[in-house]
Design a protein around this ligand. Structure first.
Ligand SMILES: C[S@@+](CC[C@H](N)C(=O)[O-])C[C@H]1O[C@@H](n2cnc3c(N)ncnc32)[C@H](O)[C@@H]1O
Length: 356
């Protein structure tokens, strides 16, 4: 009987997860990676909000038996077993086949930004509205003033803190290695990097750790720079508060990094910014751009397209296109003499270098 209830509940929940995704974007059904990311987010949020994550994380390596968990978490047994099943299926938890104890894996998060996850996962429902209006309709899930996600986040300090931390986490795995590769390709021609939209300085820190002779200035919104200054004490990294849409580009750097910045910036602002960057750079200066990019035919890859959906639907009104041809035109339009692109493994992320 218990098994039947559990299996029915698991099937029901699974239908909701899969059904919602199917309603938003049917092609997700054919992309296990996209599905897994959303599946994990949902389950992580449920485990954190019910207190299950905390008891498992506190137990550490010794893990917990089902009975011990029943004693520590106030959940109906059916719910607990369902969450354990889902957690194990998404590899947030593991279960030892001999001792039958459950353990947290490193993917299990103690506290999750529910509001942020809701923004990621519920916003695709507004895609048609965004497409009709050319505005990021998904952002209405985060009420406030300002047309971009970043202006809104500044009005939610705790959410902004969590967002910056999440961003730093993904940045480490995806973009930082490409930024470092860009600097390697320019070696000898770079002494001072300006990281525009550099968040709390995670990329900057990686750059100075890798290339100790370099200096990095991070330029970001005041609320973000304040967090960076509090977290990072490396003397080779400095922070400058500013708004990339309005303020002058700081001078003195010979290389500008734009890591996941143009793709979230309104198109006209992105073009104006690139012209200002060109003016601020010395002769021989360069720009390293690391972000999602389409293939030449503009048919994928799917992960780049799905990132573009989020930028378009949530981050800003009519953000700069991620199509490679548009990036090439952007380089010429802003006065750069050369443009090169490197795309590791034909994946969704690209390293682009423009030279003045
Ligand atoms: C998608 S994040 C990328 C962060 C980091 N470069 C990375 O690769 O992870 C965009 C960054 O641009 C910053 N940003 C957004 N709008 C901005 C603006 N108007 N002026 C300055 N920085 C801005 C955000 O605060 C955020 O740190």
């Amino acid at each position: 009987m218990l098994t039947k209830v559990r299996d029915t509940a698991a099937g029901w929940l699974n239908n909701i997860v899969v059904g919602q995704i199917a309603t938003w974007m049917p092609e997700y059904l054919t992309t296990p990676i996209e599905m897994l990311v959303r599946h994990r987010r949902l389950i992580n949020a449920a485990c954190a909000e019910t207190g299950l994550s905390e008891v498992l994380l506190t137990a550490g390596r010794s893990g917990l038996s089902l009975e011990q968990m029943q004693d520590s978490v106030t959940l109906p047994q059916t719910s607990l077993r369902l969450l354990l099943l889902l957690g194990c299926s998404a590899k947030l938890l593991s279960r030892d086949p001999k001792s039958l104890r459950y353990h947290a894996t490193k993917r299990l998060r103690g506290r999750v930004p529910s509001q942020l996850y809701r923004l990621y996962d519920a916003s695709p429902a507004f895609l048609a509205e965004s497409a009709k209006t050319g505005k990021n309709a998904g952002l209405q899930l985060l009420p406030g003033s300002g047309a971009t996600l970043y202006e809104r986040l500044a009005q939610y300090p705790e959410l902004e803190r969590i967002y910056s931390a999440e961003l730093a986490h993904t940045n480490e795995g995806y973009r930082i290695p490409l930024v470092l590769e860009g600097i390697r390709r320019l070696q000898g021609q770079v002494s001072h990097v300006l990281d525009i939209g550099g968040n709390t300085g995670v990329t900057a820190n990686a750059i100075v750790n890798h290339y100790p002779d370099l200096r990095v200035t991070v330029f970001d919104l005041p609320s973000v720079c304040a967090k960076g200054r509090a977290q990072l004490t490396n003397k080779s990294v400095g922070f400058v508060d500013g708004n990339l849409g309005a303020d002058p580009v700081p001078t003195g750097a010979d290389c500008v990094v734009l890591s996941a910045v143009l793709e979230i910036t309104p198109t006209e602002q992105a073009h104006a910014l690139m012209r200002r960057i060109n003016d601020a750079l010395p002769r021989g200066g360069s720009v390293i751009i690391v972000q999602s990019a389409t293939n030449e035919l503009e048919t994928g890859p799917l992960l780049a397209a799905s990132a573009a959906l989020y930028f378009f639907n949530v981050c800003s009104p009519s953000p700069m296109s991620i199509c490679v041809n548009d990036m090439r035109l952007l380089a010429a339009d802003s006065g750069f003499a050369s443009f090169e692109i490197h795309r590791p493994d034909d994946g969704p992320m690209a390293l682009m270098i423009m030279r003045k």
